[in-house]
Design a protein around this ligand. Structure first.
Ligand code: UD1
Length: 373
């Protein structure tokens, strides 16, 4: 009898911007572990493509090193630009890669411009698209990420969701139930694998930080940082708050540009520490040990829910409502910022729970579904 060898499953894994890297790392690990298994399931050939949307070493390289992600097989090197420019450049560069590699699946993660661009290209070439972190909705189309999420999910053939609210959103949009797989939050896979290193972070020594005696701030959304009058108010308020408790604010390049424009001088506010963007491991330490986190990032809303650290999200909405419903997150506004912070500092904090499947095994579930599909 002829021995029929199982077919190899070929994947292109796409990473583009900082919040993608901690979602791709667990997938690569799960592929490796799948390939070492002695069963008769097809093995996986994964090609890693970095679009180059983020390119600074502290926005990209450091994450590759810390998370043990191998050198990308292909770097499209697209860099910055307007949304149309950046998206178009990624599409132009990604199409020949798909034509040459002929993958069975293109796997995209998150909601950045790279996610959208590569989904459109693959889909038009008739290549199946799998979206990791599907179904999140802020219902705010002024956010570029919301457009990216909507388009990617409309095109995807398999939609891996992090929490039940995402399944509900997708069903409302008419996505077939059989395409939607609740697999949990892949960010927690990365968090758990780096936590032992995070516990050894040297950042607290360098910045003289005591656990629970500082506030961790990250802000980079266009709605908070692109208008000088808004950013000036935020910075003045942070300056005031830092007289009460040290504030650690690693500054994203987008925010930094605007701070330079408004000529903001951090030195005039003693304990307001404006520092370069930190790596993943240091960020985990900050999120775990802060008295509270003030952010507009998606990932930090989830990490703080996992760590049960109080989180204030400076946005009118969130695509991650599970972090409010079950976790420690709360939306805030410029008007409520000081009173919300004061409330947490004075001990009025929400005790959260961790959503289902935020357990470090999400990548493994994803690989099982891809193999079975
Ligand atoms: C992008 C994502 C956002 C994510 C954020 C995390 C989109 C639409 N937005 O926003 O969802 O939360 O990444 O960081 O994809 N820049 C550098 N060095 C870099 C990267 C960017 O200096 O390595 C500067 C560029 O001048 C650029 C600006 O930062 O114009 C913004 O970068 P961009 O990729 O356009 O969007 P982000 O604001 O980083």
């Amino acid at each position: 009898m002829q021995n029929i060898l199982p077919k190899t499953l070929k994947l292109i894994l796409v990473a583009g911007a900082r919040p993608n890297f901690m979602k791709i790392a667990p997938l690569i690990k799960a592929v490796r572990s799948h390939n070492t298994k002695k069963d008769n399931k097809p093995k996986i050939d994964a090609v890693l493509v970095h679009t180059g949307q983020h390119y600074d070493s502290n926005m990209s390289d450091i994450f590759f090193k810390e998370l043990g992600i191998p050198e990308p097989d292909i770097n499209l090197g697209v860099g910055s630009g307007s949304h149309a420019e950046q998206t178009a450049r990624i599409m132009l560069a990604f199409e020949p890669v798909c034509l040459k590699e002929k993958p069975d699946w293109v796997v995209v993660v998150g909601d950045v411009n790279s996610t959208l661009a590569c989904s459109v290209v693959a889909s038009k070439l008739g290549i199946k698209v799998a979206h990791v972190e599907a179904g999140l909705r802020s219902y705010d189309r002024t956010m570029p990420e919301e457009i990216n999420r909507l388009v990617t999910d409309a095109l995807a053939d398999l939609l891996f969701t992090p929490s039940v609210d995402a399944n509900i959103n997708l069903k409302k949009e008419g996505i077939l139930a059989k395409k939607i797989k609740l697999v949990g939050n892949i960010m927690i896979d990365a968090l758990l694998s780096r936590l032992p290193e995070a516990e050894k972070s040297r950042l607290p020594l360098r910045l003289h930080l005591t656990p629970r005696e500082f506030i961790y701030v990250t802000l980079h959304r266009p709605s908070n940082v692109d208008r000088p009058e808004i950013l000036s108010v935020i910075m003045r308020k942070l300056g005031k708050i830092s007289k009460r408790m040290p504030v650690v604010f690693p500054v994203h390049p987008r925010t930094n540009k605007m701070l330079e424009e408004i000529n903001f001088r951090a030195k005039s506010y003693g304990q307001l520490m404006l520092i370069e963007p930190v790596g993943y491991t240091d960020s985990l330490w900050l999120a775990k040990y802060a008295r509270l986190v003030l952010t507009d990032s998606g990932g930090l809303q989830e990490e703080t829910t996992y760590f049960k650290t109080p989180c204030l999200t400076l946005r009118p909405n969130t695509e991650r409502p599970i972090t409010i419903k079950l976790g420690t997150n709360k939306l805030t506004s410029l008007d409520n910022l000081e009173s919300d912070i004061e409330e947490i500092i004075s001990g009025k904090i929400k005790r959260g729970t961790i959503p289902k499947y935020w357990d470090g095994k999400t990548a493994e579930r994803i690989i099982k579904h891809l193999i079975a599909a």
